[in-house]
Design a protein. Structure first.
Length: 132
């Protein structure tokens, strides 16, 4: 079928949930305060080096990614329960979609074209091009 633009929405439960939780852990456990860019690097690397010693944060990162997935899926089911159950494709886009890519999801959930953080902009661009 056709994409339902009127059913599209962006969550306000973005990646900042995961980043904020990692920020709290780093502050509490290691007395470190970091910006979003540095925390994203830690998420990609799975850990951090502190005083010359590697610290594995992969468990907390994995737990937070699972929590994020549950929040997003719960929001999707709450907002559009019928569409969630009956849609042939549900497209995830935006920077937070990277976190969901390697997780177990319904077969109907797919991802927008890469890079995901610009996928919303590309969609609007396509719409504007078609309006000319």
């Amino acid at each position: 079928g056709k994409a339902l633009a009127h059913e599209a929405w962006a969550t306000n439960q973005g990646m900042n949930l995961v980043i904020d939780e990692l920020r709290k852990v780093l502050n509490r456990d290691y007395q470190m305060s970091m910006n979003e860019t540095r925390i994203n690097q830690i998420m990609q690397n799975g850990g951090i080096t502190i005083d010359g010693e590697d610290r594995d944060l992969s468990l907390i990162i994995s737990e937070e990614k699972i929590r994020y997935k549950e929040i997003i899926l719960n929001e999707l089911q709450t907002r559009n329960p019928d569409i969630y159950k009956s849609a042939k494709k549900i497209i995830f886009a935006g920077g937070g979609a990277y976190t969901l890519q390697n997780q177990e999801l319904k077969k109907s959930i797919i991802f927008a074209n890469m890079p995901l953080e610009f996928s919303n902009v590309e969609g609007y661009w396509d719409i504007l091009k078609g309006a000319k």
